[in-house]
Design a protein around this ligand. Structure first.
Ligand code: FMN
Length: 380
């Protein structure tokens, strides 16, 4: 008998993900130990972002690498404590980061179950010492990218990805498409990407050996079930988890996402060379008109040249994380307009896992604090 695709537990390598819900990594400081730990405690995969996790450390400006490595290890420990022994823990490390190898080593030494890596092609990831016992996953936006990574990892390291995150064009943060393709709409949907990547996986392994995690624009149970039906083993959500009170961002950042409507969300130019999706803020508007030279450069991105960069992305992300959205870059997914009330990680899980009518009302007054977009926030 064919069981309809659903939220079944997922075997990934030697590990088991009890609930196939992954919280996407969100830098800088949006998904740290608190959010990841809360997701793990519900049986999902929590992800700590390794993009400048040390930004609040006292020595961040003088010794950014040490501050970042120390903070990353501390956030991993924190997530483990909060997880109550459940779930899996991933660290998201962007290929674009200058200190990529050191961040990967610290993540696995500190006990992350998985390293997830995108914003570029993580072609050398399995060669980094210490990664032998961790789950390794690239983030891809096409079957072609999946094929190149699979071939390279197999030839050079005799290893296949343990899972693959497929990120579609509705995702938040940096996007794996050209700006022209995004503007013209000539991009594959997440459904098409998942289908193509599964076809690539099937050339080298049984599909269950390399599970697919679908990401980008997944808001509710019906989105998830549709992707499970296509063969995805898990779904990854980013923007929805920003609204959780366990999110590591400040209220100012969260409110900017909750208040955003479709018209407020735009593509931005990032110093990584990739386009990104974000909420319109004064900083972004200014950067569209003229370059904002960085005051100080901490050399956080491989490709960023302080002499030509349109603005300092790390400073803009830190400002946003702290609630200074005027001078900040607030990444969000294309469907952020549908996320407009504070919630909790538990409630997001309940909504996804149960039938449509469970959700907000059940916990009214306990966890849910309905925020009517714009009603009480004049001028913000
Ligand atoms: C605020 C924000 C920051 C993000 N930062 C990163 C990041 O540092 N690295 C990364 O690989 N993906 C990043 N992403 C993408 C998410 O991990 C996730 O895949 C994506 O947001 C899923 O789409 P959704 O937001 O529509 O659910 C970010 C997304 C958001 C909204």
């Amino acid at each position: 008998m064919n069981k309809p695709a659903s939220f079944n537990s997922l075997a990934i390598g030697e590990r088991v993900l009890e609930v196939p819900i992954v919280q996407g990594g969100m830098g800088v400081g949006i998904s740290m130990g608190e959010l990841a730990g809360a997701v793990m405690s519900c049986g999902g995969m929590g992800t700590i972002s390794a993009a400048d996790p040390g930004f609040n450390e006292p020595d961040y400006e003088s010794s950014p690498l040490q501050a970042n490595l120390r903070a990353l290890a501390a956030e991993i420990r924190k997530a483990r404590v909060l997880s109550c022994g459940r779930g899996l823990l991933a660290v998201n490390i962007m290929v674009a980061c200058s200190d990529y190898d050191e961040l990967v080593k610290t993540a696995v030494e500190a006990g992350a179950d998985a390293v997830v890596s995108g914003a570029g092609m993580p072609l050398g990831l399995p060669g980094i010492p210490g990664t032998e016992n961790a789950l390794l996953a690239p983030v891809v936006s096409s079957g072609r990218a999946a094929r190149l990574i699979i071939q390279k990892w197999e030839r050079k390291f005799g290893r296949l990805p343990d899972f693959i995150v497929c990120e579609g064009p509705l995702a938040g943060g940096h996007l794996g498409f050209t700006r022209e393709a995004l503007d013209s709409g000539d991009v594959q949907s997440i459904d098409e990407i998942v289908t193509d990547v599964i076809a690539e996986v099937e050339k080298v392994a049984a599909p269950e050996e390399i599970p697919i995690v679908a990401a980008g624009g997944i808001m509710d149970r019906s989105d998830a079930l549709r992707l499970f039906d296509l063969g995805a083993g898990a779904v990854q959500l980013g923007t929805r988890f920003i609204a959780a009170r366990e999110c590591d961002a400040s209220d100012g950042f969260i409110d900017a996402v909750l208040a955003a409507e479709e018209k407020d969300i735009l593509f931005i130019k990032s110093p990584t060379g990739l386009p990104g999706r974000a909420v319109r803020t004064p900083l972004i508007e200014e950067a569209m008109i003229h370059r904002i030279p960085p005051k100080k450069c901490l050399c956080c991105l491989k490709k960023c040249d302080p002499a030509t960069t349109p603005y300092c992305i790390t400073k803009a992300l830190i400002n946003a994380q702290r609630g200074d959205t005027e001078n900040g870059l607030v990444f969000c997914g294309a469907r952020a307009g549908e996320v407009n009330r504070r919630t909790s990680v538990r409630e997001i899980f309940d909504e996804l896992l149960e039938d449509q009518n469970s959700g907000a009302d059940k916990n009214a007054g306990v966890r849910t604090e309905v925020k009517n977009r714009g009603a009480d926030d004049d001028g913000e």
